[in-house]
Design a protein around this ligand. Structure first.
Ligand code: SAH
Length: 497
């Protein structure tokens, strides 16, 4: 497949191949001469009215927040400015109402040498990515410094494992559909913190196939007179489209998330979609008739194919359902899992708990080097996938259970069961006391903690360190290039054992 050609850019210089008419928010301009009149103190012009006060000011950026925003001082206050980089001087617009103060970048006066033109046309409007205005080195430095600071009480982290070609990596993409002011159907992503759809043909971190399918669906909606769902009125039919791509297998799942189970013209729609994209291997309909910001509802129906896709990761084959969690960047996941399993120091005899195991990926890869693996996961579809995946790969020494990982561990500890190694990979909220206190009772020799939120990870590590563990290794991995998110693995070892 000629990905780069299709998307109108090459590997070194990525550019959009079209202009987006809806894109009207000005990107902050770079360069420009210093305003000599306002040198030394912020140049403040009151351009506001009513109770909200809006002023323009010149500021200097001294560092970055955890969210990648520039830190500036203004009238004795510390403010955060999105898209501003350390060392830069800039003109910002500050709006205040009561105690609420918001600063937006208007113009960069002295750009950082690490500032680049974002590859994505929608960058300043979308908010899905937060670091595209930084070059790769600056992104890497930001993530490394974030992890170094959070993990400072535990030791010095290793250098972050970065991605060579940090675009097109997402194997799962959501798109939403709506009407613009001219009542034409648009499709794209929500603007940050809103449900306002930004009409876009492509997202540079999505798999290109997902975007092509999204475009086709938008066209088909017109010819099938299918209305997008309107959250305010509750009218309309198509809410979202979820596309999952097996990066190795090439299998593609399309989930049409709809507001009602009555799908008029269903068979013809599916036929037309398959005609346009013969590479689609399964199509599902998911009914979400609730007033919720959750994408998927409970009711699911397979319209074509087997209802799952299969992909290969770390040499094993995995079945993936619509609702199951599967790491979204498979290239980096292989590095992540290899490191996590290395940190588990398996010799072939150990009992390994794979907690928060999703579809069983880490546990099944680890099972090749372990005595036995016990996986626990809350989502029942994911557990079903994990059980199927162990059979499919001929793994005999792994068992998977559905339930809350904390409760499961409490029961394991209560029964006096043994675990040599616990690999845990909880959601962003981290683990809980029930889980962690049971780990302390079970006394595994090693705990390998994989996390997509190092803040909660550091909190949980503190608990384990207070209760008999010491940190032997910390490895950040860049699973989500262009965004502020960073994954981190830590290796904890039981003291005096
Ligand atoms: N280790 C897997 C999944 C990690 S994502 C992988 O690498 O793919 C975190 C998983 O934790 C999700 O599958 C989610 O469904 C599950 N989860 C969330 N809360 C849980 C809980 N209380 N107990 C068990 N699993 C939980």
């Amino acid at each position: 497949m000629t990905k780069q050609k299709n998307r109108g850019y090459n590997k070194t210089q990525k550019k959009h191949n079209r202009s987006n008419k809806k894109y009207n928010k000005q990107s902050p301009s770079q360069g420009g001469r210093k305003n000599s009149k306002s040198q030394g103190k912020p140049a403040i012009t009151n351009v506001g009215r009513g109770k909200q006060k809006t002023v323009a000011a010149q500021v200097s950026c001294s560092g970055l927040t955890d969210e990648g925003k520039g830190i500036v001082q203004w009238e004795g206050k510390q403010l955060e400015v999105a898209h501003l980089m350390p060392g830069e001087k800039a003109e910002v617009v500050i709006s205040s109402k009561g105690r609420y103060v918001n600063a937006e970048l208007k113009r960069v006066i002295t750009p950082s040498k690490d500032r680049v033109k974002p590859a994505c046309t929608y960058y300043y409007e979308c908010g899905g990515c937060q670091l595209q205005h930084m070059n790769a080195q600056a992104q890497m430095r930001f993530k490394q410094e974030t992890i170094d600071a959070l993990m400072q009480p535990f030791g010095k982290p290793e250098a972050i494992l970065t991605m060579d070609d940090p675009y097109d990596y997402r194997n799962k993409s959501h798109m939403s559909f709506g009407l613009n002011k001219e009542r034409q159907i648009i499709g794209g992503l929500y603007a940050q913190n809103t449900h306002q759809i930004i009409s876009m043909e492509q997202c540079l971190i999505h798999d290109p196939k997902a975007d092509e399918i999204g475009e086709t669906i938008k066209d088909l909606m017109k010819s099938f007179k299918m209305q997008p769902y309107n959250e305010d009125t509750g009218r309309g039919f198509l809410r979202h489209v979820l596309v999952k791509v097996g990066k190795v297998s090439g299998e593609i799942m399309v989930v049409l998330v709809v507001a009602s189970s009555v799908f008029k013209g269903k068979n013809n729609f599916v036929k037309a979609l398959r005609n346009a994209h013969p590479e689609i291997t399964t199509i599902l309909m998911n009914v979400n008739n609730r007033n919720t910001s959750m994408v998927l509802g409970d009711q699911e129906k397979v319209l074509f194919g087997k209802g799952t896709i299969t992909d290969t990761l770390c040499g094993l084959k995995f079945d993936i359902s619509a609702k199951s969690f599967y790491q979204i960047n498979p290239i980096q996941t292989e590095k992540l899992y290899a490191k996590a399993i290395e940190m588990a120091q398996l010799t072939g005899k150990e009992t390994v708990v794979d907690a928060y195991c999703g579809i069983g990926t880490i546990g099944l890869v680890a099972s090749q080097k372990a005595g036995k693996v016990i996986g626990v996961e809350l989502n029942k579809d994911a557990v079903g996938d994990a059980i199927r995946n162990s059979k499919r790969n001929g793994v005999k020494n792994a068992r998977f259970y559905q339930g809350d990982a904390g409760e499961f561990m409490v029961q394991m500890a209560g029964r006096g069961e043994k675990a040599d190694v616990v690999i845990m990979d909880p959601p962003r909220s981290g683990s809980d006391e029930a889980f962690l206190s049971s780990v302390v009772k079970l006394k595994p020799k090693r705990v390998v903690y994989v996390s997509c939120n190092p803040v909660t990870q550091a909190r949980d590590m503190k608990y384990l360190v207070k209760n008999g563990y010491e940190v032997e290794g910390i490895q950040p991995v860049d699973m989500f290039p262009q965004t502020v998110h960073v994954e981190c693995i830590s290796q904890l070892v039981l003291k005096n054992d």
